[in-house]
Ligand binder design. Structure first.
Ligand code: SAM
Length: 296
């Protein structure tokens, strides 16, 4: 018996269309068998970073060509890619997790759908959902808010806009910004239960739970490393007491002027802003008075 001259037969091609393939968020073994099969058979693999995806393709036994489709190139390349999907299969992956979730792909998927191209998914890892599933916070209703803005005022406004969401809030965050974000969340949302999920599926996977203010202090003292998801439990169902509102106002005043502190706390607790503003001015004046008295 003679060995075939041309090596193993190439895998059968896939039907034309767009395939959204979720990839591991740390542990290569989390790529699904179906995701790997698509990566071996697609005509083209669109990806954020060809070096990152080359590692994944090696692990999956794929030698398919790659095309870079990061945030800067997505708009420019979408029309040509969608045109190719009439006769070719295109798989979209991101560096980690599910494409489109804080990653490129939305423009491409929308354009493919508008063009009548079949779009299908090989679902799998997603850091936000993985974190939710092990956080111990309510998972029946949740709101994924992606990355908060880096600038303090924009971040405060974004947090205040989420105050009334009746479910667990989920954020992507970077290690250097974690402590400041937790402090801002505590100041604006009140001291809710929360979780910080770090390095999921990797050697140093860790989930730290506690109240927001406690977590803010902990991570300010020992800054973390690695990739992080922050989760914040929903607002308590029962109405807040005056003491709780007052405590939240004091926390907010530590980082914000009275107007913004009153607006944030009013949004978080669903109480009128006017009365809180007067109280915020009084508290700020008290603080100034205390600060002005030098002990001799
Ligand atoms: N599309 C990805 C997904 O579905 O998980 C998210 C991509 S987003 C650009 C990267 C962010 O996801 C990180 O900054 C971090 O917040 C979160 N993340 C990714 N991998 C993680 C991991 N192993 N553990 C914790 N968070 C992770």
């Amino acid at each position: 018996m003679t060995a075939p001259r041309d090596g193993p037969a190439a895998p059968a091609p896939l039907a034309p269309g767009l395939y959204i393939v979720a990839t591991p968020i740390g542990n290569l073994a989390d790529l699904s068998p179906r995701g790997a099969d698509i990566l071996r058979r697609a005509d083209l693999i669109a990806c954020e970073d060809t070096r990152v995806t080359a590692t994944l393709l090696r692990a999956a036994g794929s030698r398919r060509p790659m095309l870079r489709l990061d945030d800067h190139r997505e708009r420019a390349r979408t029309d040509a890619l969608v045109a190719r999907m009439a006769r070719e299969s295109v798989a979209l992956v991101s560096d980690a997790g599910t494409p489109l979730v804080s990653d490129p792909g939305f423009v491409l998927v929308r354009a493919a759908r508008e063009a009548g191209v079949p779009v299908t998914t090989a679902p799998g890892p997603c850091a936000a959902v993985a974190a939710l599933s092990i956080s111990g916070l309510p998972a029946d209703r949740f709101f994924f808010a992606g990355f908060l803005p880096a600038a303090p005022r924009a971040r405060e406004a974004a947090i205040a806009a989420l105050a009334a969401v009746p479910g667990t809030l989920i954020f992507h965050e970077t290690a250097p910004r974690l402590a400041a974000t937790l402090a801002a969340l505590a100041a604006i949302l009140g001291d809710r239960p929360a979780a910080v999920a770090r390095e999921l599926t990797k050697r140093h996977e860790e989930v730290v739970t506690g109240r927001l203010a406690e977590l803010a202090a902990r991570f300010a003292q020992s800054p973390p490393r690695g990739e992080i998801v922050v989760l914040v439990g929903p607002r308590a169902e029962e109405a807040a007491t005056d003491d709780e509102v007052e405590a939240a106002l004091r926390r907010a005043l530590a980082t914000m002027p009275p107007g913004r502190a009153a607006a944030s706390v009013a949004a978080a607790f669903g109480v009128p802003r006017g009365a809180l503003y007067a109280r915020a001015l009084a508290l700020a004046a008290e603080d100034e008075g205390e600060g002005g008295c030098d002990a001799t």
